[in-house]
Design a protein around this ligand. Structure first.
Ligand code: ADP
Length: 430
Protein backbone atom coordinates (compact mmCIF):
# COMPACT_ATOMS: atom_id res chain seq x y z
CA UNK A 1 0.00 0.00 0.00
CA UNK A 2 2.78 2.35 0.95
CA UNK A 3 4.58 1.67 -2.32
CA UNK A 4 1.40 1.92 -4.41
CA UNK A 5 0.37 5.21 -2.79
CA UNK A 6 3.83 6.70 -3.19
CA UNK A 7 3.93 5.75 -6.87
CA UNK A 8 0.41 7.01 -7.63
CA UNK A 9 0.83 10.34 -5.89
CA UNK A 10 4.19 10.96 -7.50
CA UNK A 11 2.71 10.12 -10.91
CA UNK A 12 -0.22 12.45 -10.33
CA UNK A 13 2.09 15.23 -9.21
CA UNK A 14 4.56 14.91 -12.09
CA UNK A 15 1.86 14.67 -14.75
CA UNK A 16 -0.08 17.64 -13.44
CA UNK A 17 3.19 19.58 -13.46
CA UNK A 18 3.58 18.73 -17.15
CA UNK A 19 -0.07 19.63 -17.81
CA UNK A 20 0.47 23.03 -16.18
CA UNK A 21 3.57 23.53 -18.34
CA UNK A 22 1.61 22.64 -21.47
CA UNK A 23 -1.13 25.13 -20.52
CA UNK A 24 1.39 27.86 -19.82
CA UNK A 25 3.24 27.14 -23.07
CA UNK A 26 0.00 27.33 -25.10
CA UNK A 27 -0.98 30.63 -23.49
CA UNK A 28 2.46 32.15 -24.04
CA UNK A 29 2.43 30.95 -27.65
CA UNK A 30 -1.03 32.45 -28.24
CA UNK A 31 0.05 35.78 -26.79
CA UNK A 32 3.26 35.77 -28.79
CA UNK A 33 1.37 34.91 -31.99
CA UNK A 34 -1.03 37.82 -31.44
CA UNK A 35 1.80 40.29 -30.82
CA UNK A 36 3.84 39.07 -33.78
CA UNK A 37 0.94 39.18 -36.29
CA UNK A 38 0.67 42.84 -35.41
CA UNK A 39 4.40 43.70 -35.41
CA UNK A 40 6.40 41.28 -37.55
CA UNK A 41 6.77 42.03 -41.26
CA UNK A 42 4.89 39.85 -43.72
CA UNK A 43 6.66 36.59 -44.38
CA UNK A 44 8.75 36.70 -41.21
CA UNK A 45 5.95 35.50 -38.94
CA UNK A 46 6.81 31.79 -39.31
CA UNK A 47 10.49 32.37 -38.53
CA UNK A 48 9.59 34.34 -35.43
CA UNK A 49 7.18 31.60 -34.29
CA UNK A 50 9.82 28.95 -35.00
CA UNK A 51 12.33 30.85 -32.87
CA UNK A 52 9.81 31.14 -30.06
CA UNK A 53 9.18 27.41 -30.19
CA UNK A 54 12.85 26.62 -29.90
CA UNK A 55 12.87 28.42 -26.56
CA UNK A 56 10.10 26.10 -25.30
CA UNK A 57 11.05 23.08 -23.15
CA UNK A 58 12.66 20.30 -25.24
CA UNK A 59 10.32 17.82 -26.90
CA UNK A 60 7.45 20.26 -27.08
CA UNK A 61 4.85 20.19 -29.83
CA UNK A 62 2.83 23.08 -31.24
CA UNK A 63 0.21 23.13 -33.97
CA UNK A 64 -1.82 26.19 -34.98
CA UNK A 65 -4.43 26.19 -37.73
CA UNK A 66 -6.51 29.08 -38.95
CA UNK A 67 -9.91 28.93 -40.66
CA UNK A 68 -8.45 30.72 -43.69
CA UNK A 69 -5.88 28.01 -44.25
CA UNK A 70 -3.02 29.27 -42.02
CA UNK A 71 -1.04 26.34 -40.59
CA UNK A 72 2.03 26.26 -38.38
CA UNK A 73 3.55 23.17 -36.91
CA UNK A 74 6.59 22.58 -34.67
CA UNK A 75 8.61 20.45 -35.08
CA UNK A 76 8.00 20.31 -38.85
CA UNK A 77 8.14 16.58 -39.30
CA UNK A 78 5.57 15.77 -36.62
CA UNK A 79 2.08 15.57 -38.08
CA UNK A 80 0.45 14.64 -34.74
CA UNK A 81 1.73 14.34 -31.12
CA UNK A 82 2.85 10.77 -30.24
CA UNK A 83 1.04 8.77 -27.56
CA UNK A 84 3.41 9.70 -24.70
CA UNK A 85 2.63 13.43 -25.10
CA UNK A 86 0.34 15.40 -22.82
CA UNK A 87 -1.61 17.79 -25.07
CA UNK A 88 -3.91 20.74 -24.68
CA UNK A 89 -6.16 22.24 -27.38
CA UNK A 90 -7.79 25.60 -27.34
CA UNK A 91 -9.66 27.71 -29.88
CA UNK A 92 -9.52 31.50 -30.17
CA UNK A 93 -10.55 34.18 -32.63
CA UNK A 94 -8.01 36.72 -33.82
CA UNK A 95 -8.55 39.45 -36.36
CA UNK A 96 -11.79 37.85 -37.50
CA UNK A 97 -10.26 34.44 -38.02
CA UNK A 98 -10.89 31.21 -36.04
CA UNK A 99 -7.72 29.54 -34.78
CA UNK A 100 -7.21 26.10 -33.19
CA UNK A 101 -4.09 25.78 -31.08
CA UNK A 102 -2.78 22.43 -29.94
CA UNK A 103 0.24 22.24 -27.59
CA UNK A 104 1.96 19.21 -26.09
CA UNK A 105 5.01 18.09 -24.10
CA UNK A 106 6.48 14.59 -23.97
CA UNK A 107 6.16 12.79 -20.65
CA UNK A 108 8.76 10.18 -21.66
CA UNK A 109 11.07 11.28 -18.81
CA UNK A 110 8.25 11.23 -16.30
CA UNK A 111 7.24 7.72 -17.34
CA UNK A 112 10.85 6.63 -17.18
CA UNK A 113 11.21 7.99 -13.63
CA UNK A 114 7.95 6.29 -12.62
CA UNK A 115 9.13 3.00 -14.10
CA UNK A 116 12.36 3.25 -12.17
CA UNK A 117 10.49 3.98 -8.95
CA UNK A 118 8.14 1.07 -9.55
CA UNK A 119 11.07 -1.23 -10.08
CA UNK A 120 12.74 -0.04 -6.87
CA UNK A 121 9.56 -0.39 -4.82
CA UNK A 122 8.72 -3.82 -6.14
CA UNK A 123 12.20 -5.15 -5.49
CA UNK A 124 12.96 -3.35 -2.19
CA UNK A 125 9.67 -3.83 -0.33
CA UNK A 126 9.81 -7.65 -0.30
CA UNK A 127 13.43 -7.37 0.80
CA UNK A 128 12.51 -4.98 3.64
CA UNK A 129 9.63 -7.27 4.69
CA UNK A 130 11.93 -10.27 4.68
CA UNK A 131 14.51 -8.43 6.81
CA UNK A 132 11.77 -7.24 9.19
CA UNK A 133 10.44 -10.79 9.58
CA UNK A 134 13.82 -12.32 10.27
CA UNK A 135 14.87 -9.43 12.54
CA UNK A 136 11.53 -9.45 14.36
CA UNK A 137 11.73 -13.16 14.97
CA UNK A 138 15.28 -12.79 16.25
CA UNK A 139 14.45 -9.87 18.58
CA UNK A 140 11.28 -11.43 19.96
CA UNK A 141 13.10 -14.73 20.41
CA UNK A 142 15.76 -12.95 22.45
CA UNK A 143 13.17 -10.99 24.43
CA UNK A 144 11.05 -14.06 25.15
CA UNK A 145 13.91 -16.41 25.99
CA UNK A 146 13.71 -15.63 29.74
CA UNK A 147 9.96 -16.29 29.64
CA UNK A 148 10.64 -19.56 27.88
CA UNK A 149 13.27 -20.52 30.47
CA UNK A 150 10.94 -19.61 33.35
CA UNK A 151 8.08 -21.56 31.82
CA UNK A 152 10.27 -24.61 31.40
CA UNK A 153 11.61 -24.32 34.96
CA UNK A 154 8.17 -23.68 36.45
CA UNK A 155 6.87 -26.71 34.60
CA UNK A 156 9.38 -28.90 36.42
CA UNK A 157 8.39 -27.65 39.91
CA UNK A 158 6.25 -30.10 41.83
CA UNK A 159 5.51 -30.89 45.46
CA UNK A 160 8.59 -33.16 45.59
CA UNK A 161 11.06 -30.50 44.57
CA UNK A 162 9.65 -27.29 45.96
CA UNK A 163 13.17 -26.29 46.97
CA UNK A 164 13.95 -25.57 43.29
CA UNK A 165 13.95 -21.89 42.35
CA UNK A 166 13.36 -20.30 38.96
CA UNK A 167 16.37 -18.68 37.27
CA UNK A 168 16.15 -14.90 37.72
CA UNK A 169 17.24 -13.15 34.49
CA UNK A 170 19.70 -10.30 34.99
CA UNK A 171 17.50 -7.87 33.11
CA UNK A 172 15.97 -5.95 36.03
CA UNK A 173 12.72 -5.70 34.11
CA UNK A 174 9.18 -6.96 34.66
CA UNK A 175 10.23 -10.52 33.89
CA UNK A 176 12.97 -10.46 36.54
CA UNK A 177 10.46 -8.99 38.97
CA UNK A 178 7.88 -11.66 38.07
CA UNK A 179 10.47 -14.39 38.60
CA UNK A 180 11.35 -13.01 42.01
CA UNK A 181 7.69 -12.91 42.96
CA UNK A 182 7.23 -16.51 41.76
CA UNK A 183 10.32 -17.55 43.73
CA UNK A 184 9.07 -15.95 46.91
CA UNK A 185 5.75 -17.69 46.34
CA UNK A 186 7.62 -20.99 46.01
CA UNK A 187 9.45 -20.20 49.23
CA UNK A 188 6.19 -19.65 51.08
CA UNK A 189 4.69 -22.78 49.56
CA UNK A 190 7.76 -24.76 50.54
CA UNK A 191 7.66 -23.59 54.12
CA UNK A 192 3.90 -24.28 54.31
CA UNK A 193 4.36 -27.76 52.92
CA UNK A 194 7.25 -28.44 55.32
CA UNK A 195 5.19 -27.23 58.29
CA UNK A 196 2.26 -29.29 57.13
CA UNK A 197 4.20 -32.50 56.66
CA UNK A 198 5.95 -31.95 59.98
CA UNK A 199 2.56 -31.44 61.59
CA UNK A 200 1.26 -34.67 60.11
CA UNK A 201 4.38 -36.56 61.16
CA UNK A 202 4.26 -35.19 64.71
CA UNK A 203 0.54 -35.79 65.03
CA UNK A 204 0.90 -39.40 63.90
CA UNK A 205 3.75 -39.86 66.31
CA UNK A 206 1.75 -38.46 69.24
CA UNK A 207 -1.26 -40.61 68.39
CA UNK A 208 0.85 -43.75 68.24
CA UNK A 209 1.72 -43.71 71.95
CA UNK A 210 -1.84 -43.80 73.39
CA UNK A 211 -2.85 -46.31 70.71
CA UNK A 212 0.03 -48.56 71.72
CA UNK A 213 -0.95 -48.29 75.41
CA UNK A 214 -4.57 -49.13 74.61
CA UNK A 215 -3.51 -52.06 72.42
CA UNK A 216 -1.12 -53.47 74.99
CA UNK A 217 -3.59 -53.11 77.89
CA UNK A 218 -6.29 -54.92 75.95
CA UNK A 219 -3.93 -57.68 74.81
CA UNK A 220 -2.56 -58.24 78.30
CA UNK A 221 -6.05 -58.37 79.78
CA UNK A 222 -7.16 -60.89 77.18
CA UNK A 223 -4.14 -63.17 77.44
CA UNK A 224 -5.73 -65.25 80.25
CA UNK A 225 -8.77 -65.16 82.47
CA UNK A 226 -8.51 -62.50 85.18
CA UNK A 227 -10.40 -61.24 88.15
CA UNK A 228 -13.09 -58.60 87.61
CA UNK A 229 -10.82 -56.08 89.42
CA UNK A 230 -7.99 -56.73 86.97
CA UNK A 231 -10.36 -56.24 84.02
CA UNK A 232 -11.64 -53.08 85.60
CA UNK A 233 -8.11 -51.75 86.00
CA UNK A 234 -7.31 -52.50 82.35
CA UNK A 235 -10.52 -50.89 81.16
CA UNK A 236 -9.83 -47.83 83.30
CA UNK A 237 -6.41 -47.50 81.76
CA UNK A 238 -7.91 -47.86 78.29
CA UNK A 239 -10.60 -45.28 79.10
CA UNK A 240 -7.98 -42.84 80.42
CA UNK A 241 -5.83 -43.23 77.32
CA UNK A 242 -8.86 -42.87 75.08
CA UNK A 243 -9.71 -39.66 76.92
CA UNK A 244 -6.18 -38.32 76.35
CA UNK A 245 -6.33 -39.28 72.71
CA UNK A 246 -9.71 -37.64 72.23
CA UNK A 247 -8.35 -34.43 73.72
CA UNK A 248 -5.31 -34.62 71.44
CA UNK A 249 -7.45 -35.23 68.37
CA UNK A 250 -9.71 -32.33 69.31
CA UNK A 251 -6.71 -30.04 69.75
CA UNK A 252 -5.32 -31.15 66.40
CA UNK A 253 -8.67 -30.59 64.74
CA UNK A 254 -8.94 -27.09 66.13
CA UNK A 255 -5.43 -26.23 64.88
CA UNK A 256 -6.15 -27.74 61.48
CA UNK A 257 -9.44 -25.87 61.16
CA UNK A 258 -7.70 -22.68 62.10
CA UNK A 259 -5.06 -23.36 59.41
CA UNK A 260 -7.61 -23.77 56.69
CA UNK A 261 -9.71 -20.92 58.07
CA UNK A 262 -12.61 -23.31 57.61
CA UNK A 263 -14.60 -22.25 60.64
CA UNK A 264 -14.99 -18.94 62.33
CA UNK A 265 -15.59 -19.28 66.06
CA UNK A 266 -18.99 -17.92 66.98
CA UNK A 267 -18.43 -15.20 69.61
CA UNK A 268 -20.93 -14.13 72.25
CA UNK A 269 -20.78 -11.78 75.22
CA UNK A 270 -19.02 -13.65 78.00
CA UNK A 271 -18.01 -12.76 81.55
CA UNK A 272 -14.44 -14.04 81.73
CA UNK A 273 -14.75 -14.46 85.51
CA UNK A 274 -17.28 -17.26 85.01
CA UNK A 275 -14.97 -19.18 82.68
CA UNK A 276 -12.00 -18.67 85.01
CA UNK A 277 -13.96 -19.84 88.07
CA UNK A 278 -14.90 -23.01 86.17
CA UNK A 279 -11.33 -23.72 85.07
CA UNK A 280 -9.92 -22.97 88.54
CA UNK A 281 -12.39 -25.42 90.06
CA UNK A 282 -11.38 -28.03 87.50
CA UNK A 283 -7.68 -27.90 88.40
CA UNK A 284 -8.17 -27.38 92.13
CA UNK A 285 -8.00 -31.13 92.78
CA UNK A 286 -4.63 -31.35 91.06
CA UNK A 287 -3.33 -28.30 92.95
CA UNK A 288 -4.48 -29.72 96.29
CA UNK A 289 -2.78 -33.04 95.54
CA UNK A 290 0.52 -31.23 95.18
CA UNK A 291 -0.18 -28.69 97.92
CA UNK A 292 0.01 -25.81 95.46
CA UNK A 293 -1.78 -22.69 96.64
CA UNK A 294 -4.13 -21.24 94.05
CA UNK A 295 -4.46 -17.52 94.53
CA UNK A 296 -7.46 -16.44 92.44
CA UNK A 297 -8.51 -12.77 92.34
CA UNK A 298 -11.21 -12.04 89.83
CA UNK A 299 -12.32 -8.58 91.00
CA UNK A 300 -15.84 -7.50 91.74
CA UNK A 301 -16.98 -6.30 88.33
CA UNK A 302 -17.94 -8.42 85.34
CA UNK A 303 -15.10 -8.79 82.82
CA UNK A 304 -17.11 -8.82 79.62
CA UNK A 305 -15.57 -9.76 76.30
CA UNK A 306 -16.78 -11.18 72.99
CA UNK A 307 -15.70 -14.80 73.20
CA UNK A 308 -16.29 -18.47 72.53
CA UNK A 309 -16.86 -20.20 75.82
CA UNK A 310 -15.50 -23.73 75.14
CA UNK A 311 -12.43 -22.29 73.38
CA UNK A 312 -11.69 -19.87 76.22
CA UNK A 313 -12.13 -22.70 78.68
CA UNK A 314 -9.50 -24.69 76.77
CA UNK A 315 -7.16 -21.67 76.60
CA UNK A 316 -7.11 -21.03 80.34
CA UNK A 317 -7.01 -24.72 81.13
CA UNK A 318 -3.77 -24.94 79.12
CA UNK A 319 -2.25 -21.98 80.98
CA UNK A 320 -3.30 -23.12 84.46
CA UNK A 321 -2.36 -26.70 83.72
CA UNK A 322 1.12 -25.61 82.65
CA UNK A 323 1.48 -23.32 85.69
CA UNK A 324 0.71 -26.25 87.99
CA UNK A 325 2.78 -28.71 85.97
CA UNK A 326 5.90 -26.59 86.10
CA UNK A 327 5.48 -25.48 89.76
CA UNK A 328 7.23 -27.31 92.58
CA UNK A 329 5.08 -29.11 95.15
CA UNK A 330 3.92 -26.65 97.78
CA UNK A 331 4.32 -23.72 95.33
CA UNK A 332 1.91 -20.97 94.37
CA UNK A 333 -0.08 -20.03 91.26
CA UNK A 334 -1.74 -16.63 90.91
CA UNK A 335 -4.70 -16.05 88.62
CA UNK A 336 -5.94 -12.47 88.16
CA UNK A 337 -8.29 -10.53 85.94
CA UNK A 338 -7.74 -6.83 85.41
CA UNK A 339 -9.82 -4.44 83.39
CA UNK A 340 -8.19 -1.23 82.32
CA UNK A 341 -7.84 1.02 79.25
CA UNK A 342 -10.72 -0.68 77.47
CA UNK A 343 -9.02 -4.05 77.73
CA UNK A 344 -9.38 -7.10 79.95
CA UNK A 345 -6.15 -8.88 80.89
CA UNK A 346 -5.98 -12.35 82.42
CA UNK A 347 -2.67 -13.20 84.10
CA UNK A 348 -1.49 -16.67 85.12
CA UNK A 349 1.66 -16.50 87.21
CA UNK A 350 3.74 -19.30 88.69
CA UNK A 351 7.03 -19.47 90.57
CA UNK A 352 8.22 -22.73 89.12
CA UNK A 353 10.99 -23.81 86.78
CA UNK A 354 10.57 -20.92 84.34
CA UNK A 355 11.66 -21.04 80.71
CA UNK A 356 15.20 -20.31 79.54
CA UNK A 357 15.70 -17.55 76.99
CA UNK A 358 16.83 -20.20 74.47
CA UNK A 359 13.43 -21.90 74.58
CA UNK A 360 11.25 -18.84 75.13
CA UNK A 361 10.90 -17.80 71.47
CA UNK A 362 9.76 -21.30 70.48
CA UNK A 363 7.26 -22.34 73.14
CA UNK A 364 4.26 -21.32 71.04
CA UNK A 365 5.34 -23.58 68.17
CA UNK A 366 3.46 -26.78 67.57
CA UNK A 367 4.86 -29.87 69.29
CA UNK A 368 7.59 -27.82 70.91
CA UNK A 369 8.55 -29.03 74.36
CA UNK A 370 11.33 -27.26 76.21
CA UNK A 371 11.71 -29.79 78.96
CA UNK A 372 10.66 -33.21 77.84
CA UNK A 373 11.11 -34.84 81.22
CA UNK A 374 8.76 -32.39 82.95
CA UNK A 375 6.29 -32.07 80.13
CA UNK A 376 5.58 -35.78 80.55
CA UNK A 377 2.07 -36.32 79.31
CA UNK A 378 2.09 -33.08 77.29
CA UNK A 379 2.27 -33.01 73.51
CA UNK A 380 3.73 -29.58 73.10
CA UNK A 381 0.44 -28.46 71.57
CA UNK A 382 -1.04 -26.57 74.53
CA UNK A 383 0.53 -23.17 73.95
CA UNK A 384 0.13 -23.23 70.18
CA UNK A 385 -3.53 -23.99 70.73
CA UNK A 386 -3.69 -21.18 73.30
CA UNK A 387 -2.23 -18.74 70.82
CA UNK A 388 -4.54 -19.93 68.07
CA UNK A 389 -7.58 -19.39 70.34
CA UNK A 390 -6.26 -15.99 71.43
CA UNK A 391 -5.83 -14.97 67.78
CA UNK A 392 -9.38 -16.05 66.97
CA UNK A 393 -10.44 -13.62 69.73
CA UNK A 394 -8.10 -10.90 68.44
CA UNK A 395 -6.42 -11.14 71.82
CA UNK A 396 -2.71 -10.82 72.51
CA UNK A 397 -0.91 -13.52 74.42
CA UNK A 398 2.48 -12.71 75.91
CA UNK A 399 4.90 -14.39 78.27
CA UNK A 400 7.55 -13.22 80.66
CA UNK A 401 9.76 -15.86 82.18
CA UNK A 402 13.17 -16.40 83.71
CA UNK A 403 14.72 -19.77 84.28
CA UNK A 404 14.35 -20.83 87.90
CA UNK A 405 12.06 -18.02 89.02
CA UNK A 406 8.75 -18.75 87.29
CA UNK A 407 6.65 -17.56 84.38
CA UNK A 408 3.85 -15.09 83.76
CA UNK A 409 1.42 -15.59 80.88
CA UNK A 410 -0.91 -12.70 80.05
CA UNK A 411 -3.84 -12.72 77.61
CA UNK A 412 -5.22 -9.29 76.76
CA UNK A 413 -8.73 -9.02 75.24
CA UNK A 414 -10.57 -5.94 74.05
CA UNK A 415 -13.30 -5.24 76.60
CA UNK A 416 -16.82 -5.70 75.27
CA UNK A 417 -17.76 -2.09 76.22
CA UNK A 418 -14.86 -0.94 74.07
CA UNK A 419 -16.05 -3.10 71.16
CA UNK A 420 -19.65 -1.91 71.52
CA UNK A 421 -18.41 1.70 71.80
CA UNK A 422 -16.38 1.30 68.66
CA UNK A 423 -19.26 -0.29 66.80
CA UNK A 424 -21.58 2.55 67.86
CA UNK A 425 -19.05 5.10 66.71
CA UNK A 426 -18.63 3.37 63.36
CA UNK A 427 -22.39 2.98 62.77
CA UNK A 428 -23.14 6.59 63.82
CA UNK A 429 -20.44 7.95 61.53
CA UNK A 430 -21.74 6.08 58.47
P1 ADP B 1 3.30 -29.13 76.90
O1 ADP B 1 2.18 -29.99 76.56
O2 ADP B 1 4.63 -29.78 76.74
O3 ADP B 1 3.15 -28.43 78.20
P2 ADP B 1 2.90 -26.51 75.78
O4 ADP B 1 2.71 -26.09 74.41
O5 ADP B 1 1.81 -26.25 76.74
O6 ADP B 1 3.29 -28.03 75.74
O7 ADP B 1 4.21 -25.83 76.30
C1 ADP B 1 5.38 -25.85 75.53
C2 ADP B 1 6.60 -25.80 76.41
O8 ADP B 1 6.69 -24.55 77.07
C3 ADP B 1 6.55 -26.82 77.51
O9 ADP B 1 7.13 -28.03 77.11
C4 ADP B 1 7.38 -26.17 78.59
O10 ADP B 1 8.74 -26.46 78.44
C5 ADP B 1 7.20 -24.71 78.37
N1 ADP B 1 6.23 -24.11 79.32
C6 ADP B 1 4.95 -23.81 79.11
N2 ADP B 1 4.38 -23.24 80.20
C7 ADP B 1 5.35 -23.20 81.14
C8 ADP B 1 5.40 -22.71 82.49
N3 ADP B 1 4.32 -22.18 83.10
N4 ADP B 1 6.55 -22.84 83.16
C9 ADP B 1 7.63 -23.35 82.57
N5 ADP B 1 7.66 -23.83 81.30
C10 ADP B 1 6.54 -23.74 80.59
Amino acid sequence: MFGGLTWLSLRHRLISEVDREVDAGASRFEKYFKTETAEAPEGQLRDELEEFCQALPPSSYISLRGSSGFAFRYPHGMSAPPADFRTHSKAFTWQGEEFTLEAGISIGDVLHTLDLLRFLLLSLIPLVIAIACVGGAWISGRALKPVHDITAAAFRVSIDNLSKRLPVPETRDEIARLTQVLNSMLERLESSVTTLSQFVANASHELRTPLAVIGTSAELALRRARSPEAYRASLQEIAAETQRMTQLVEDLLMLARRDTGATEMPLTAIDLREVLTEVAAEVRGLADQRRIRMNVSLGSEAALIAGNRPALHRLFLVLLDNALKYSPDGGEVILTVQEKDESVAVTVEDFGSGISSAHLPHIFKRFYRADRARSEGGHGLGLSLARCIAEAHRAEIEVRSAEGSGSTFRVRFAALDAIVDLRDRVSSST
